[in-house]
Write a protein that binds this ligand. Structure first.
Ligand code: NAI
Length: 256
């Protein structure tokens, strides 16, 4: 049986991934703030270290799969801490345990909104792995009335990290495919509040137009993630797989 680690396992996409992996016989170690096997706050350095230690203790051997789903929306500096640094530090902390597996796989959850213009300063701070500067930039964006750029910026930085490191000796060299899935609007507790206000729904549908089948259930994303972390995926790596009903194509066009 494969040992899988899923962050954000208590809700939404993380819960759907947990169910999908359990259904195919994997053992799942869930990581979340509550209702999980390992309770940890991925927004802080110490919380990430606790998460890694808790997972390694529970796994008691190689880790075959890591799916990092935990994330938050909004306009606070915590968004970059959870969505970028929380994902990257957890994956790096578990990389050696992954490398010890005979068929290791890792995947993260980005977002189709990452195709919207990202903030160069936030991008650079994330690339430099400078969390204090990234949080300061997020605060400045909010003060300047551009807080809406923080979430897409955090996901753009994450997608770039995946593409940058996937082909390095640490990941490809260790036989670990590393990919991102970029969903459109997923019907989970995270997006539920947006549906209360028709103006928010209109803005959301403009930002994330989904001509194919509209808003999606979390199981749709879980299925894509489940393939990327399956034994069958030996050669897909460094990809940002847009599973978004066509939103990315509408934005970027058909030329590439
Ligand atoms: P959700 O809110 O249903 O679940 C997120 C889970 O992450 C929760 O169980 C929460 O407790 C956990 N979490 C949040 N902060 C944490 C922290 N500091 N430490 C540990 N765990 C923490 O959200 P959903 O929709 O399932 O989102 C999952 C991922 O998918 C996120 O990364 C989100 O940004 C991304 N996403 C969601 C979309 C949507 O429309 N719902 C669209 C595109 C991407």
């Amino acid at each position: 049986n494969r040992t899988a680690v899923v962050t954000g396992s208590a809700s939404g996409i993380g819960r759907a991934v947990t169910d999908a992996l359990l259904a195919r016989g994997d053992r799942v170690i869930g990581v979340d703030l509550r209702n999980a096997d390992v309770l940890a706050d991925l927004s802080t350095t110490s919380g990430r270290a606790e998460a890694v230690a808790g997972v390694l203790g529970a796994a008691n051997g190689p880790v075959d799969v890591v799916v990092a789903c935990a994330g938050i929306s909004g306009t606070s500096p915590a968004v970059v801490s959870v969505n970028f640094f929380g994902v990257v530090e957890l994956l790096e902390g578990l990389r050696s345990a992954l490398a010890a597996s005979s068929a290791p796989r890792a995947a993260v959850v980005a977002s189709s909104v990452a195709v919207h213009a990202s903030d160069a300063e936030l991008d650079q701070a994330c690339a430099d792995r400078d969390e204090a500067s990234a949080r300061a930039r997020a605060e400045a964006l909010t003060e300047q009335g551009h807080g809406h750029a923080i979430y897409p910026g955090s996901k753009a930085a994450l997608a770039k990290w995946v593409r940058r490191v996937a082909v390095t000796p640490e990941w490809a060299g260790a036989g670990i495919p590393l990919n991102a899935v970029a969903p459109g609007v997923v019907l989970t507790p995270m997006s539920a509040g947006l549906f209360d206000d028709p103006r928010m729904v209109a803005a959301m549908d403009q930002a994330v137009p989904m001509p194919l089948n509209g808003h999606q259930e979390p199981e749709v994303i879980a299925d894509v993630l489940a393939f990327l972390v399956s034994r069958e995926n030996s050669h897909v790596t460094g990809q940002v797989v847009f599973a978004d009903g066509g939103a990315e194509v509408v934005h970027r066009g058909s030329a590439q």
